[in-house]
Write a protein that binds this ligand. Structure first.
Ligand code: ADP
Ligand code: CIR
Length: 356
């Protein structure tokens, strides 16, 4: 009982993808005609269809991935599409593989990545969580957004010590202040076309906002791509301190709120690239010699399982010479292993830069 209109859009989108010779998305790579026919009549308990999964990739032919999961069930209902995408992005995590139990490790065993402050401008570690009892963006009502915001905000406003801070809702926020927070890399951007096409920006700015601690080293995003993003950041390369602070915030929130975790996929997120540990540990870094050849930089980064982004985040360029380099995979390894993978890779890149 998937409406004819949806089936038509799926067929049209599939043809559009096939005709787009410069489209490099994993959606295009893995959505075969057979898979389309196998999945197009399926629906999740929430009523989500394959179109809800793929329309972001149909509309944005420059997507890297091209899919989001409209609800937690989609990862199983549409697993025939999600699994190969997950396997390719997370360096070979197979349909028979299971994400390990959490192990956050001991932050004190991590290092300062750039003790002489030559290369690294700042370090950031973030993770995402989805709340039990709430659907993902495309299936949320306006009331759900407000309820989730209220719940998280109330908990955050009771945080003490280093985590003590203020919640700033997007609703009613002065545009200049909003832009300043974006430019300083605290706040998420507005109008992301990949999220918009996935129906993830409905009722914007309702329920969206950012909590920031007084020293501006700890933030929580509410209701952007994921229900919450927990972020720790500061100038310089001290990964140890940044990670320890993120854990402090995560532990606090985990003691007050229940999150969605799947046995196989770990913590559940809206985008399959974030599943598992959900951790992205990054540096803003200047590597002028390595970066003189961007293709080479990407190649070396991939070798160390790292991902290179531009200075203002995903899908941005790096005309400034500053790159955002982070661990790429988040699934199939523990949190501590994700941190170690990033640490080792960044240290290698800096070592290489020094030899050039
Ligand atoms: P994500 O939340 O998935 O990490 P983005 O790539 O969109 O998403 O980045 C969000 C924001 O965080 C952007 O403003 C980006 O520049 C900023 N950011 C990422 N890494 C760092 C870093 N190491 N130092 C400072 N800002 C950072
Ligand atoms: C893309 O496919 O390029 C976008 N949908 C982003 C994919 C990964 N990024 C993310 O989860 N933030």
């Amino acid at each position: 009982d998937v409406p004819a209109e949806v089936l038509e859009k799926l067929d049209a989108g599939y043809n559009k993808l096939q005709g787009a010779s410069d489209c490099k998305s994993l959606l295009k790579k893995f959505l075969t005609k057979e898979l389309l026919d196998q999945l197009k009549t399926k629906k999740t308990g929430m009523g989500a269809t394959l179109l809800d999964v793929v329309q972001t990739g149909f509309e944005n032919l420059d997507s890297g991935i091209g899919v989001y999961s409209p609800d937690a069930d989609s990862y199983t209902t549409f697993e025939a599409l999600f699994n190969p995408i997950i396997e390719e992005y997370h360096f070979g995590f197979k349909p028979t593989d299971k994400h390990p139990p959490s192990d956050f490790g001991n932050p004190d065993t991590l290092v300062n990545l750039d003790p002489t402050s030559e290369f690294i401008i700042s370090t950031r570690v973030r993770c995402g969580r989805s709340l039990k009892g709430f659907q993902f963006n495309p299936c949320m009502t306006e009331a759900n957004y407000k309820e989730l915001e209220e719940k998280v905000k109330t908990v955050l406003e009771q945080a003490t010590g280093e985590l003590h801070g203020i919640y700033y809702p997007l609703t009613g926020m002065d545009k200049t202040k909003q832009q300043k927070l974006i430019d300083l890399h605290y706040l998420f951007k507005e109008g992301d076309r990949f999220l918009q096409a996935a129906n993830a920006c409905r009722f914007w700015p309702t329920g969206r906002g950012i909590f920031i601690n007084l020293t501006k080293t700890f933030c929580v995003w509410i209701n952007e791509e994921d229900h919450i993003r927990i972020i720790s950041m500061q100038e310089g390369g001290n990964l140890k301190t940044v990670y320890a602070r993120m854990l402090k915030g995560l532990n606090y929130l985990t003691s007050k709120i229940e999150f969605n975790r799947s046995d196989r996929l770990g913590f559940l997120t809206f985008c399959p690239t974030n599943l598992g540990t959900t951790i992205r540990a990054s540096v803003h870094v200047m590597l002028p010699k390595l970066a003189a050849n961007k293709a080479k930089l990407d190649e070396v980064a991939e070798k160390f399982k790292l991902q290179v982004r531009g200075e203002t985040g995903e899908h941005s360029d790096s005309s400034s010479g500053v790159f955002d380099i982070s661990n790429k995979r988040r699934l199939g390894l523990t949190e501590f292993e994700a941190l170690k993978e990033m640490q080792e890779g960044i240290l290698e890149l800096i070592k290489l830069e020094k030899t050039l």
